[in-house]
Write a protein that binds this ligand. Structure first.
Ligand SMILES: Cc1cc2nc3c(=O)[nH]c(=O)nc-3n(C[C@H](O)[C@H](O)[C@H](O)COP(=O)(O)O)c2cc1C
Length: 205
């Protein structure tokens, strides 16, 4: 089948894009509300786009004149923390995805313990596998969308999620989940290696 994205209804573009661009890693984003409380929301329009500078990107939807709390907070403070979602954070992720009013602390609702970040004004979930502290590098605005490009200022990794030397990921303990489509998610239960051939084996000048 062919789909003409220039004439497709927005909900159909959403369905096709999110059904086929996946699995997508999930950022559980924490920000500071105006009253000082925590805000948390999951975002699967999310990925790393550069390591030098270290840039993570979020795509946050909005209704006319009503931004999601995450977008409004990032616009105001320029600071946010991204938790990589794994099974241990999956319940908190679902609760944080509910449309609770601004000022209601989704992390308290989820019953998780928090502590302050090191370099930004946001809280992070105690014991999370991996958290990136970010500052806004730039915002790209559309009427119904903002792309947040964040520069990582600090990273927390739970010790057991790294190998003995503390250099590479330990895939036995770092087990992120990712979004497929709708309510379908995937984890890293079936990891496998793909080894690229030598260039000389496939191409000669
Ligand atoms: C797994 C998952 C992924 C999501 N990804 C996004 C996303 O990438 N962008 C977005 O705008 N909303 C996304 N949402 C919906 C928001 O998390 C939801 O609208 C949330 O209530 C926003 O909270 P806030 O107003 O506190 O920012 C996602 C929800 C779930 C459960």
């Amino acid at each position: 089948m062919q789909f003409d994205f220039t004439t497709l209804a927005p909900r159909d573009r959403y369905r096709l894009l999110t059904n086929f661009v996946g699995p997508r890693p999930i950022a559980l984003v924490t920000t500071r509300n105006t009253d000082g409380s925590n805000n948390a929301a999951p975002m699967s329009f999310f990925n790393v786009m550069s390591s030098d500078p270290p840039l993570l990107v979020l795509g946050i939807a909005s209704k006319p004149d009503q931004e999601k709390d995450t977008a409004a907070n990032i616009r105001r403070t320029g600071q946010f923390a991204i938790h990589m979602v794994d099974m241990a954070l999956s319940d908190a992720m679902l609760i944080a995805g509910l449309a609770v009013p601004m000022g209601v602390d989704e992390l308290s609702l989820a019953g998780v313990e928090t502590e302050p970040c090191e370099t930004i004004d946001a809280d992070r979930i105690t014991g999370a596998s991996c958290v990136f502290e970010c500052r806004t590098e730039r915002l790209l605005d559309w009427p119904n969308r903002v792309l947040v490009i964040g520069e990582v200022s600090h990273m927390h990794v739970r010790r057991d999620c790294l190998d003995a030397e503390g250099r590479y990921v330990n895939p036995e303990t770092y087990r992120p989940i990712a979004r497929l489509h709708g309510d379908s998610y995937i984890n890293s239960d079936r990891q496998f290696d793909l080894i690229a051939p030598e260039l000389g084996d496939v191409w000669t000048e």
